[in-house]
Ligand binder design. Structure first.
Ligand code: SAJ
Length: 406
């Protein structure tokens, strides 16, 4: 039996996928409300294919509990935030979960940490907890790091098809855990050591963050001299060895906007490019705010309450708002202007910010300047409704004449 600890964005789909492929799974989370929701037959967030996967897993016998189970395999999938001041990983949730596992696990069990951690975290924080509990790693207990790689918005497909990395101290344990993931994963699964697995995960997200920062910097250069950054990137990307990502209003989510800081926190004097890239990305919401003011002035719009941010989530077609550029922009704006800007997002049904609308037509009726923050398919589909508006399109998806860009 596998006990998956942490039933959030990664732990839940992983648990469901294993259960749907013949593995006996119990999912554990300390959040009683979340466990009750799952036990009532409902999923806790929206994702393509998740509801079908949930139904299959329930039919296959998956259980959800607030209790840690006595079993031979644990998968720890809890959040790893970073400390905003030191920029270092905060392993408190991982440590707390492993401590709980130590209280119930029998000798010979394998503990797989799936949470993303900075290189060295397992050595510094996880091994001591296991030693303190009286287990000798490699003899009484086996330790593995198997960082996830799935992308929100396409999680179910990527769980099945992505390649995976398994880091283990002992080769045969690595192979055993590889076989467990191979119960559903069609991609290649590489077995390596724990430190390498820790590093590769953070490096992958850092590569993407630096590439996005490069695109954002290009957008600023092009704005300065009135060049079309999208056309320039499109043509550059026709070169066989160039692949520049897209500029945007900022970088959100709990991965690309967080993981690279782990490296900056641990190697401050060695991470000049990464540090500057992260600052560039973090500065984008302010850059958009500057554009809003320029356009208001150009168009003679004096009333900030007639400006609306279209999209609240951190990226397209998900309902996840963690570190979203729109929320960052609102926070920054609150420091400069009195009235909060209006917002609307087709994916967000709950009230999360002041001046939020739940009806597109009413939102548009109350706005003169509409700022497209997220490239939801819904926004593209409703582009005709923006015809009479001044539009600042931060995602380059609106094909109407006269649209402004970042
Ligand atoms: N973004 C841009 N320009 C782009 C692409 C993205 O500004 O060209 C922005 C998005 O709008 C969003 C942010 O970056 O605000 C991050 O979105 P994302 O789609 O790049 O990535 P995440 O954070 O949803 O998922 C990433 C993925 N990592 C990589 O692609 C290397 C995913 O595979 C990881 O599993 C995930 O992080 C994670 O959990 O670490």
């Amino acid at each position: 039996m596998v006990n998956v600890i942490g039933l959030g964005y990664i732990g839940l789909p992983t648990a469901l996928m294993m259960a749907s492929h013949g593995v006996e799974v119990v999912g554990t989370d300390y959040n009683k409300e979340l466990v009750a929701t799952l036990n009532a037959g409902k999923t806790t967030f929206k994702e393509d294919g998740l509801d079908e996967l949930f139904a299959n897993a329930v039919a296959a016998g998956i259980k959800f509990s607030t209790e840690y189970q006595v079993t031979d395999t644990y998968i720890v999938s809890v959040p790893t935030p970073y400390d905003k001041f030191s920029k270092k990983v905060d392993a408190c949730y991982v440590v707390a979960a492993v401590k709980e596992v130590m209280r119930v696990c029998p000798k010979g069990a394998t503990v797989v940490v799936e949470s993303t951690v900075s290189p060295g975290t397992i050595d510094r924080f996880v091994r001591p907890v296991i030693a303190e509990a009286g287990f000798e790693i490699g003899k009484d207990l086996h330790l593995v790091h198997a960082p996830e790689r799935i992308i929100p918005g396409n999680m179910v497909y990527e769980l099945l098809h992505n390649n995976r990395t398994i880091g283990a101290d002992e080769r045969e344990i690595g192979e055993k855990v590889k076989a467990l993931y191979a119960s559903f994963c069609l991609g290649d699964i590489v077995v390596t050591d724990i430190r390498t697995a820790e590093m590769t995960k953070v490096v992958e997200n850092t590569f993407r963050a630096v590439n996005i920062a490069f695109a954002n910097e290009l957008a600023k250069i092009c704005r300065h001299d009135n060049m079309d950054v999208y056309e320039i990137i499109r043509i550059c990307n026709m070169h066989p060895r160039v692949n520049i990502l897209q500029p945007g209003p900022g970088v959100g989510g709990h991965c690309i906007s967080v993981d690279p800081w782990f490296l900056v926190g641990d190697y401050p004097s060695l991470t000049k490019v990464i540090n500057e890239s992260m600052k560039t990305n973090d500065g984008m919401p302010d850059f958009v705010l500057g554009r809003i003011h320029e356009i208001m002035e150009e168009k003679g719009i004096t009333d900030t309450t007639r400006v609306g941010l279209y999209g609240l989530t951190y990226k397209e077609n998900v309902d996840d708002m963690r570190e979203s550029p729109t929320l960052q922009l609102l926070e920054s704006q609150a420091r400069h202007l009195a009235a909060p800007l209006k917002t609307y997002d087709p994916f967000i049904t709950k009230d999360v910010v002041p001046n939020q609308y739940h009806d597109l037509d009413r939102f548009l009726a109350d706005c003169d300047l509409v700022v497209v923050m997220v490239k939801h398919d819904e926004i593209r589909k409703n582009e005709d409704k923006l015809k009479d508006k001044v539009v600042l399109d931060c995602q380059n998806i609106i094909r109407l004449p006269g649209v402004y860009h970042i």
